[in-house]
Design a protein around this ligand. Structure first.
Ligand code: THG
Length: 377
């Protein structure tokens, strides 16, 4: 993998912003929802330091929208979402784990209520459209399930609000966290949400016409100089510090929301009915056998963990590091690990099998990284 590049074909989709991303010097991509998603520009560390101080423009088109529209749209949205969407309000976003009948995760999208009869599920890497369309077909629901021409463009970082005020006007400031409002751009109305896959603050602009991609990018970057705006992307170091989990890495279809720590987003104690609820209630009764935790790992600064690393308790394997990297601001290697329940508590000491041998590691809560950063700020 090291020196090889991906062979581009129609199956590996470019985005409305790819030309600008390339011109800005993207150095690494991943494939996400069959689409290019930038992962590095200058270096992980430089991108990280810049994101935390200034503002970046991110091509997150790969967060595709699964649109469910029509008279039964609300019914289907409620059926697939572990998050209670019964009282979903237009203009609001909801982080919504999606589970199958066994309670296992299929995706962890942000659900946007566009109208009472129209929802967008802004998906993580997984073919949620097939699940929704299959249910609609099998249950003969009166809905259409599509992937419309919508590409999110994120503006992230502490100066994001001021930048977008220069582009779209003062009304940007009134958008609350996980809410969106439509703003005019070249004759269209674009939904802009205060959201994004970082904890540095910022917005996501849902561009609904690919033909305007370069114009939108240029309109924003034209105002970027005072904010030291740069092209960037979701950053591994920042998102681990912030406790943001990635579907496909930190959670897969082998895991349930209870094992990942997502139960607060699951309507288990209400009358809400969703696919997977019975299984999750049973698992809550019997107890979980593994749990995703935070980890600080001893040793010299570690490069990004690409394949899961084994965790050991001296004798046997007790889990896997799912993501990990060195955090400059915590001055430590940090990561997430799916661990046997026997060691999945704060303060447990385990060992991690890295390329450079066994390293001691201490288990913590996923939210501890952010808490430690705030305490030292
Ligand atoms: N934005 C949009 N779509 C997305 C993502 C995004 N799709 C894929 C992926 N990211 C989905 N996963 C997440 C995970 C966490 C959050 C958003 C998307 C998130 N969580 C906040 C937190 O953890 O503090 C708040 C959640 C809440 O309180 O409701 O932002 O980033 N469009």
């Amino acid at each position: 993998m090291a020196d090889a590049t991906l062979f581009p074909t129609r199956r590996l989709r470019a985005t409305p912003f790819t030309a600008r991303v390339e011109a800005a010097g993207v150095s690494n991509y991943t494939v996400y929802n069959h689409m290019l998603l930038p992962t590095v520009f200058k270096s992980l560390e430089e991108d990280y330091a810049h994101l935390k101080q200034y503002t970046q423009i991110w091509d997150v088109s790969a967060e595709r929208q699964v649109q469910i529209a029509g008279p039964d749209a609300h019914r289907l949205a409620c059926m697939i979402s572990a998050r209670d969407l019964r009282n979903a309000q237009p203009g609001r976003c909801y982080y919504a784990p999606i589970t199958n009948a066994n309670g296992h995760l299929l995706n962890d999208p942000v659900a946007l209520c566009i109208a009472p009869d129209k929802f967008w599920f802004s998906i993580a890497d997984g073919d949620l459209l097939l699940w929704a369309a299959g249910l609609a077909q099998g249950l003969n629901l009166d809905v259409t399930v599509t992937e419309p021409d919508i590409s999110p463009l994120a503006i992230q970082g502490p100066l994001a609000e001021d930048l977008l005020v220069d582009v779209f006007g003062e009304d940007i400031r009134a958008i609350k966290f996980f809410r969106f409002t439509a703003f005019p751009f070249m004759g269209r109305m674009l939904n802009i949400a205060r959201s994004g896959w970082s904890k540095q603050g910022g917005f996501e602009i849902y561009l609904d016409d690919s033909n305007l991609g370069l114009a939108l990018w240029d309109a924003i970057t034209a105002k970027g100089a005072p904010y030291n705006l740069r092209a960037g992307c979701p950053n591994l170091i920042e998102r681990l510090e912030s406790g943001l989990l990635g579907y496909g890495n930190d959670m897969t279809n082998d895991d349930t929301p209870l094992e990942i720590g997502l139960e607060k987003y699951c309507a288990l104690d209400s009358d809400a009915d969703f696919i997977g609820k019975d299984a999750l209630l049973r698992q809550r009764d019997t107890g979980i056998e593994k749990k995703l935790m935070g980890l600080t790992i001893d040793g010299s600064p570690m490069g990004p963990v690409s394949m899961p690393l084994d965790c050991k308790d001296g004798i046997s394997k007790v889990g896997l590091v799912t993501s990990g990297v060195f955090s400059p601001d915590l001055n430590s290697n940090i990561g997430f690990a799916m661990l046997d329940i026997s060691v999945a508590q704060t303060g447990s000491m385990i060992e991690v099998e890295t390329q450079s041998g066994l390293h001691k590691a201490e288990v913590c809560k996923i939210s501890d990284f952010e808490a430690r950063l705030k305490a030292t700020a």
